[in-house]
Design a binder for this molecule. Sequence first.
Ligand code: S3P
Length: 165
Amino acid sequence: MLNNVILIGFMGCGKTSVGRELSKLCRNILIDTDDIIATNYNMTISNFFARFGESEFRQVEISLCNWMKENLRNATIAVGGGLPVIYDLRDIGSVIYLESPFEELYQRILGHKSNKRPLFDDLTLAKELYDKRIPIYEEMADYTVSALGTTTQVAEKIYNYIKGY
Ligand code: S3P
């Protein structure tokens, strides 16, 4: 058993902040794929996209997933919103989908002064991406939870679910 718990969902749904709370409850380590890539390349994700392009970013994400699959056990993993499109995360652990209406994500992301998400620059394109992604998230999820509560509430719901297996 790998025992990893992987948080998926669209940009702004709170994977990283819920992941922090959840890893405290589980007393394990949070791995955040965007943070690892940003740290390794010593640049923001936006700068990575600008410099190397999206397809290079996806290649890096895939090699990180291959590494996690072989090496990670008992971790909480928050992945970038595009990862479920290119990798079957069920090979790494249990997949939890943080579900949220687009309007809420839009408010959260544009509420921040600096939008660090290159794929959320254009609202129409972001909505199209959202519509395409939802069925992929739904299909991959072992468990779906509403992302609309507080970070702690969402993390506790997930924790109660994983305790049950
Ligand atoms: C992306 C989501 C981002 C980041 C990159 C691409 C996507 O992560 O990986 O900007 O394709 O949805 P978050 O979902 O953590 O914002």
